[in-house]
Design a binder for this molecule. Structure first.
Ligand SMILES: [Zn+2]
Length: 517
C-alpha cells in the first residue's frame, strides 16, 4: 500500500514537472548553492583580487571557460588558432614620474605637501597666477566666484562649503563637483586646501597614495608621452594652502569663516607633473560564450558583468571583490547554465544570447570599451540589449530594514519596452522592490555612467543595470564571500533570467523609442 502511494505520488510529481512551463523549469536551475560554489572560488585568496592582467584574473577566466565548455556554449572570437572564448588585447599602464609645485621659490613636495586628484600630467612647466575663491561653491543661491576672473589661473579654495554638515548649498561639497565648476569657469589648475590637523593630513596622504597606486588607470591606446590632462586638481596641506594664500597657517581659520580674499596677497605657482602614462603593455582578455538562437538568431541579447577587481595593495592585503563584481560574474555563469540547459532540452531561446565577462572595468570600463568600440565580435546593430550586473550581493544603508530590493538603472532611458518587460518579469517572479532612485540624471553618483553597460548605452543599445548599492566594504579588503546575502542574490539572478527569457523569446525585438539623459 505504502509503495503504491509513493509511486502514484511520483507519477503526480512527474506530471507537475511536465506541465510546468520551460520558463519555470529552467528557473529552478538557478540556485543559491550554485552561486555560492562559484563565488567561493572566484572570491578566494587564490585569485589574488583578480587585478586586470594578473595571474589571478587568468585563473578566473579559466574557471569561467571550463564551465562554458562543460555546458556547451560556443566560442565565437576569431583567432589565428581558431575560435576562442577569449578576446585577448593589450592595455597600457602608466605610473608617476617626476613632479613639483613651487610657490614662488619654495618647492612643495608631491605626496607630502600635496596630493593629486586623479591622474595628472603636465609635461611642460607652467607658471600660473593664483586666485582665492572661498569654498569654490556656485549654484543658484550662492556664488563664491562672484566678481572674480579665474580664467587661466590656479584656483585655490577651501575644502567643504563652510557649513558644519557640508549641506551649505545645493550640492555635496566634494572636490569632484567643485573641480567641475572651476573647470567650467576656465581655471588652469585647482588647489583644494585640506581641513584638519597634521596627523589627519598624513593619514589622508597615505590613503590617497595607496589608492592611486592600486587604481592606476590603464588605457586602450598607447598614450603619447606628452598628452596633458585637461585641468589638474590637487589637495594641498593646510600649511601649503596658507603659503598659497600668503597667510600664516593659524590665520586660515579666519578665511574659512569670512570672505576676506580682497586682503590676500596670493602667490604665483609653477607646476610640472610628469606622469609616465600608458606605455607599458599588459595583456588581458574579455571572456564570452555564445548560445545560438533559433528563428531570430541574428539578434543577440547580451548579459554582462566584469570579472576583474583591484588586486592586492601595498601592505599585501587581498581585495577579493566578492560583491564587486564576483556577484555579477557568478550570476552570468548561472544564467549561462540555465539557458544552455534549456537549449539542450529543446527549449533554446529564439534570439541568440551572448554571456560576456569583461576585463578592466576597475581601470575605466576598458574591457567593455574594447568590445563595443574596437571589436564587438557581433555587429552592434544586432545587439538587442545589454543586461549588466555589477554588485548584487550586499545591502546598502537605505535598505537595511528591507533587503528584498534591487536598484535597476537605465532600463527606461532608451526603450520603454525594456522597462515594462523588466517590471512585468519582476511581478511574475520574485517580486522584489525595484528602486529607480539612480535614474535621476541629477544624482551625483552618476551610476548610469559608471559600469560597463554605459559603453552599450552610448551606442543606443538599451540596457538595464542591476545593482544593490555601495557598502562599507566597497573597494576594501573586507568585500568577502561570507558577507554575501545569497537568498536575495539568487532572487535578483532569477529576475534577470525572467527578463532575459522574454527579451530573447518575444515575437518582436524591443524598440528604441527614447533617449533620456
Ligand atoms: Zn564593479
Amino acid at each position: 500500500m505504502k509503495k503504491l502511494v509513493c509511486s502514484m505520488l511520483g507519477i503526480l510529481a512527474y506530471a507537475v514537472v511536465m506541465a510546468q512551463s520551460p520558463l519555470k523549469t529552467y528557473e529552478a536551475t538557478i540556485t543559491e548553492a550554485d552561486l555560492k560554489k562559484y563565488l567561493t572560488y572566484i572570491a578566494s585568496d587564490e585569485l589574488e583580487g583578480r587585478d586586470t592582467g594578473s595571474e589571478g584574473q587568468k585563473k578566473a577566466a579559466r574557471y569561467i571557460i571550463q564551465h562554458l565548455e562543460e555546458w556547451g556554449l560556443q566560442p565565437i572570437v576569431n583567432t589565428p588558432a581558431g575560435k576562442s572564448y577569449l578576446q585577448t588585447f593589450p592595455l597600457y599602464k602608466g605610473g608617476w614620474g617626476e613632479g613639483y609645485v613651487n610657490i614662488g621659490k619654495k618647492k612643495m613636495e608631491f605626496f607630502k605637501d600635496y596630493i593629486p586628484s586623479g591622474l595628472v600630467n603636465i609635461p611642460e612647466e607652467k607658471g600660473l597666477e593664483t586666485i582665492f575663491v572661498g569654498y569654490g561653491v556656485k549654484d543658484d543661491n550662492r556664488d563664491d566666484y562672484k566678481g572674480k576672473d579665474v580664467k587661466g589661473k590656479a584656483v585655490v579654495f577651501l575644502s567643504g562649503d563652510g557649513s558644519a554638515d557640508g549641506q551649505g548649498w545645493s550640492g555635496t561639497a566634494g572636490l569632484r563637483r567643485k573641480s567641475r565648476i572651476a573647470t567650467d569657469l576656465g581655471a588652469a589648475a585647482i588647489f583644494e586646501v585640506f581641513k584638519g590637523d597634521e596627523s589627519a593630513w598624513k593619514t589622508t596622504v597615505a590613503e590617497r597614495k595607496a589608492v592611486l597606486s592600486r587604481f592606476s588607470r590603464m588605457d586602450i591606446e598607447k598614450a603619447p608621452a606628452s598628452a596633458a590632462t585637461a585641468v589638474p586638481a590637487f589637495v594641498a596641506s593646510g600649511a601649503m594652502g596658507a603659503d598659497l594664500l600668503g597667510v600664516k597657517s593659524s590665520a586660515l581659520e579666519k578665511y574659512r569663516k569670512a570672505d576676506l580674499s580682497a586682503k590676500l596677497k596670493t602667490k604665483p605657482v609653477t607646476i610640472r607633473v610628469k606622469s609616465e602614462r600608458a606605455d607599458t603593455p599588459v595583456e588581458t582578455a574579455n571572456v564570452m560564450g555564445f548560445l545560438e538562437g533559433t528563428d531570430r538568431k541574428d539578434e543577440v541579447v547580451v548579459i554582462s558583468a566584469h570579472y576583474d577587481h583591484v588586486g592586492i595593495d601595498e601592505k599585501g592585503q587581498i581585495y577579493n571583490g566578492a560583491d564587486d563584481d564576483g556577484s555579477g560574474t557568478c550570476a552570468v555563469l548561472e544564467l549561462a547554465q540555465a539557458f544552455a540547459q534549456a537549449k539542450k532540452d529543446g527549449h533554446g531561446p529564439r534570439r541568440s544570447m551572448l554571456f560576456l565577462w569583461v576585463t578592466g572595468e576597475e581601470k575605466g570600463l576598458l574591457g567593455s570599451l574594447y568590445f563595443t568600440d574596437h571589436d564587438p565580435v557581433i555587429p552592434l546593430k544586432d545587439i538587442v540589449c545589454d543586461l549588466n550586473i555589477d554588485m548584487i550581493g550586499r545591502v546598502d544603508k537605505k535598505h537595511e530594514s528591507n533587503p528584498e530590493y534591487t536598484y535597476i538603472i537605465g532600463s527606461d532611458k532608451l526603450s520603454s519596452e525594456l522597462h515594462a518587460i523588466s517590471e512585468k518579469a519582476n511581478k511574475e517572479s520574485v517580486n522584489l522592490e525595484l528602486d529607480y532612485e539612480f535614474n535621476d540624471p541629477k544624482d551625483p553618483n552618476r551610476f548610469y555612467y559608471r559600469s560597463d553597460h554605459y559603453n552599450f548605452a552610448k551606442n543606443k543599445i538599451p540596457i538595464a543595470f542591476y545593482f544593490t548599492g555601495v557598502h562599507e566594504d566597497y573597494h576594501r579588503p573586507g568585500d568577502d564571500v561570507e558577507k554575501i546575502l545569497f537568498p536575495r542574490y539568487a532572487r535578483i539572478v532569477k529576475l534577470v533570467y525572467h527578463t532575459a527569457w522574454e527579451l530573447a523569446n518575444r515575437d518582436k525585438r524591443i524598440v528604441v523609442d527614447s533617449n533620456k539623459p
